[in-house]
Design a protein around this ligand. Structure first.
Ligand code: PLP
Length: 362
């Protein structure tokens, strides 16, 4: 099998980015957990997070945590998707800590932890408005915390946390994070001790560090995107990320056909590969090329970012990508390699595609 399509991963640049994020957060008394679900659990990337100085790793998928354990990555492992109750055995077996929002699940974990002679750490999630996981009724959260503290011997309530910017597009503002702190302080009053962790979110919460208005009791963040794709913080929020490498990942595809063809299909139009009939604009005969990768690899054509800005992506089926190269910077020929930058969604799909070969630059 050949080398393409290929996802090239620059490990040294990832290590550098990890150090930058770690040091910035340290100035604010914040510990960072490296989230490696965005690259589909790639172990070399997880290892780069550790080489960059992080000591804990997190994923939404137990399979990825298991692979990291099997690879002997020495880290405190956090499961960051609220687990299925059916996963209780593996949650305790594989992770040191998990995010939680349902008492039935926590009770099940307690039973499992007892069987496995372990104490499992948990972080109770509060929903502060993004409306994905977490307690919406904060009195209920208090009651659950009190119950765990006094009844579940094999569960240790390590802290409370929240997640924003995932479903509801809610920003991690100072006010939103202060709401989490007040929820945490109510729990502390109820259980009569300080919580070790107040986990203030993901990459989007780093903006509070950049703006130097992070509420002081937030002492933990779970960060993936900002380390792997710092350019996302520039694109989405307009922050200057020039201290970090923005070329940690490149998608490379091979040119399989170059021809002049009409821009409007010829014949009676019916449906395309996915059952749709798009509108086609007739721009006359155009120079175009085909690449040997397709929607099976990256799903969303619109989000691919060609490094050659003159290259126009005009369509794709499962295994082909069609580019208009009339205004391309380069004179393409069969066998050439075309490079793409990518956003979080594309990186997630591409790294999860069995067809895409991963090449590490060490
Ligand atoms: C995905 C996820 C993160 C990490 O998000 P990034 O945007 O990659 O930093 C943190 N916490 C939870 C609960 C998540 O699901």
């Amino acid at each position: 099998m050949g080398d393409y399509p290929q996802l090239e991963i620059n490990i040294n640049h990832l290590i550098h980015n990890t150090k930058v994020i770690k040091e910035k957060c340290e100035e604010f008394g914040i510990t960072v957990t490296g989230v490696f679900k965005g690259i589909s659990g790639d172990l070399k990337v997880a290892e780069a997070f550790l080489k960059g100085g992080l000591t804990s790793l997190a994923s939404s998928r137990l399979e990825q945590i298991e692979a990291a354990r099997n690879a002997k990555l020495e880290a405190y492992m956090i499961l960051i998707r609220i687990p299925m109750i059916s996963e209780a055995y593996d949650v305790v077996r594989l992770s040191d800590c998990s995010l939680q929002s349902e008492i039935e699940v926590i009770k099940e974990l307690n039973k499992e932890a007892e069987k496995q002679h372990k104490v499992h750490d948990i972080i109770l999630m509060a929903d502060v408005g993004d409306l994905r996981e977490g307690y919406w009724d904060y009195d209920e959260l208090d009651d659950v915390a009190y119950y765990i503290e006094n009844n579940l011997k094999n569960i240790h309530l390590k802290g409370v946390g929240t997640n924003v910017g995932c479903y509801g597009s809610v920003a991690a503002t100072k006010e939103t994070l202060e709401k989490l702190i007040s929820i945490a302080e109510n729990v502390e009053r109820r259980i009569g001790r300080k919580l070790e962790i107040i986990s203030g979110g993901a990459s989007s919460s780093l903006l509070r560090i950049w703006d130097k208005d992070m509420p002081s009791r937030i002492n933990h963040l779970r960060v993936g995107e900002a380390i792997i794709l710092p350019q996302d913080l520039e694109w989405h929020y307009g922050y200057d990320m020039s201290e970090m490498y923005k070329d940690c990942f490149r998608l490379k595809a091979e040119v399989i056909e170059v021809k002049n063809k009409p821009s409007h299909p010829v014949g009676t139009l019916s449906v395309d590969a996915f059952g749709h009939t798009p509108t086609y604009i007739d721009r006359g005969i155009r120079k175009r090329m085909l690449l040997g990768l397709g929607r099976a690899d990256y799903s969303m054509l619109e989000e691919l970012l060609p490094m050659d800005e003159g290259l126009e992506l005009i369509g794709a089926s499962s295994d082909h990508t069609i580019c208009d190269i009339e205004n391309a910077k380069k004179e393409y020929k069969v066998g050439d390699i075309v490079e793409f930058d990518m956003n979080y969604a594309i990186l997630l799909f591409v790294s999860n595609s069995k067809n895409v070969k991963v090449k590490y630059l060490i």
